[in-house]
Design a protein. Structure first.
Length: 409
């Protein structure tokens, strides 16, 4: 099958204004510096210091130390109305506990920590947007809040930032954000209204049986047999309890039991993740998972200990803000092949907490370029992306700002 996506080598950059294209070397420099000093969630001290230093250098009002290491910058247009609209832009800053395998001049200098998901690029794009908007305040009439968020990967920095009041004073009317996406080639953008990314819930379960000799199973309650039946039965939740129109996933990723081949294990431990798009399913999986575990354990005479929790809700894009982003993307990338509306993923993102509070749109900016060996998946130790996407991201954000405030009048 022939790909319908443009070859990255043929991406038309003439749609990016010269004033932004001329800043591309700066974007790359910032991104590579950030890539060299990756930091885990709520530990982004060097990253925050660098961001704050740049904002201060450009004369941009900002607050630091929000939810430990978060930063919020405020840029005001020159023609503010009595009650100006406020548009927020969100970028995450944290890295992953991965040992980088890339041999590049900007390789991670922190052992066992790596920007393997593109957050260094998100921060560089947000910085570039802040710099450009500060220099062109005459081009918009509202207020832009740029949120540099810690700990997206885990345990989640969006919610504590919201609780700290980042969407207040002044109150945010809408929010946008992007994710560099190596599942799409450079020159494409994934944008859609409605569900983009899944909710994620997790559970740990310990099956409490009765151990014994492998030759005398009648004297035991085999936790391995019980666990195996539970793993199989959990798959019926999606297959038979969820409307087939609604996508969902139950994945048992860990199962540990036993110490020797002829010993029946008295305990078995499993860990799992649950994913879904439809917000109405919240609470359903928790109940159904426990029903299945309790029923199977009872039938075998076993007990169980279940811990179930919700991590992130689904990322749900507002129709109007998604249309705003889509209209801007049409101006920046070649269409219609450059826009990918069916870009949903069962991956999760805590941008969802912002979108629960205010209308907004989160979108994917294609960043893969297989011709340059820049197409490894996210969270891979050789993940990297085509840095041409940095200028594209800034261009899209800037145009969204300009167009949003015009549409508000």
């Amino acid at each position: 099958m022939v790909s319908t996506f443009p070859n990255p080598s043929s991406v038309d950059l003439s749609r990016i204004r010269l004033s932004i294209r001329s800043l591309q070397p700066q974007f790359v420099e910032w991104r590579r510096r950030l890539h060299q000093q990756p930091e885990l969630g709520f530990q982004e001290k060097l990253t925050a210091e660098f961001v704050s230093q740049k904002l201060q250098e450009w004369g941009i009002e900002h607050q630091t130390g929000i939810a430990h290491t978060g930063i919020v910058a405020i840029i005001k247009g020159n023609k503010l109305t009595t009650t100006p609209q406020v548009l927020a832009i969100r970028a995450d800053m944290d890295a992953l506990p991965i040992q980088e395998l890339n041999e590049v001049p900007y390789k991670s200098q922190h052992d066992g920590v790596m920007h393997a998901c593109g957050h260094d690029g998100h921060t560089a794009i947000a910085l570039g947007t802040a710099y450009y908007l500060q220099q062109h305040r005459q081009d918009f009439s509202g207020i832009v809040k740029i949120i540099f968020q810690p700990a997206e990967e885990s345990p989640g920095g969006a919610k504590p930032m919201i609780e700290a009041g980042v969407l207040k004073n002044p109150d945010v009317d809408a929010i946008i954000g992007l994710h560099l996406w190596n599942n799409l080639p450079l020159g494409t953008v994934g944008v859609r209204a409605g569900a983009l990314m899944a909710a994620v819930e997790c559970f740990n379960c310990t099956i409490l049986g009765k151990g014994g000799h492998g030759a005398l199973p009648h004297q035991t309650v085999d936790s391995v047999v019980v666990a195996a039946q539970i793993v199989n039965a959990l798959q019926t939740i999606v297959a038979r309890n969820v409307n087939p129109i609604d996508s969902a996933v139950v994945t048992v990723g860990e199962l540990h039991a036993g110490t020797k081949r002829n010993v029946i294990a008295d305990t078995a431990k499993m860990s799992a993740t649950v994913r879904y798009f439809n917000p109405s399913l919240k609470g359903f999986f928790n109940q159904r998972v426990e029903q299945i575990i309790a029923g199977i354990c009872q039938s075998h005479g076993a007990n169980y200990d279940l811990e179930y929790w919700s991590l992130y809700p689904p990322v749900i894009n507002d129709i109007k803000i998604a249309e705003l982003v889509r209209s801007v993307v049409e101006e920046v990338v070649e269409t219609p092949l450059g826009i990918v509306p069916e870009c949903q993923t069962m991956a999760a993102e805590d941008m969802s907490f912002f979108l629960e509070e205010v209308p907004g749109c989160y979108f994917f900016l294609g960043s893969a370029n297989s011709a340059k060996d820049l197409a490894y998946p996210h969270h891979h130790p050789r993940f990297d992306f085509d840095e041409t996407a940095l200028a594209m991201g800034v261009e899209i954000f800037v145009r969204c700002v300009e167009k949003y405030f015009v549409s508000c009048h």
